[in-house]
Design a protein. Structure first.
Length: 139
């Protein structure tokens, strides 16, 4: 992921952006942006975008080259590469800085007992979750 925001490129104020390359069979983990909505475009490849809506439902869409999307601020979402080549996407945020929180960040930075109870899993399973921020991972 390459990020540009006013800290690295002052002329971008009040926007920030990220360019992601997701390899074949890879995914950008479920995450959300607390400061801004996400606007994105597929530059190459085929994506499957899933958004976890605030009403408890999820919506999944297949996106091909030049398809665009808008995800409201704070709504969880993930992107999976469903094609046979690398997926390249560009996302833009109307915010002074890029900010995103991944599911693995949340799961590994709240008390283990809370995560275990929420997911209905034993504490020893939660203890094996990776602590390092991943962001992108093989499927």
């Amino acid at each position: 992921m390459q990020v540009v925001d006013p800290m690295s490129f002052p002329a971008s104020r009040p926007f920030s952006a990220a360019s992601d390359v997701i390899h074949v069979n890879g995914m950008r983990e479920m995450h959300w942006h607390p400061h801004a909505a996400e606007f994105g475009i597929v530059l190459s490849g085929t994506a499957e975008l899933t958004v976890m809506c605030t009403d408890g439902h999820q919506k999944t869409a297949r996106l091909d080259k030049n398809d665009v999307w808008n995800i409201p601020r704070g709504q969880g979402h993930c992107v999976v590469n469903r094609g046979s080549q690398d997926l390249h996407i560009l996302t833009v945020y109307k915010a002074d800085r890029y900010a995103g929180y991944g599911l693995s960040d949340w799961l590994t930075h709240v008390p283990v007992e809370v995560t275990a109870e929420t997911l209905g899993l034993p504490v020893d399973v939660i203890d094996h979750f990776p602590m390092a921020r991943r962001g992108f991972m093989p499927r």
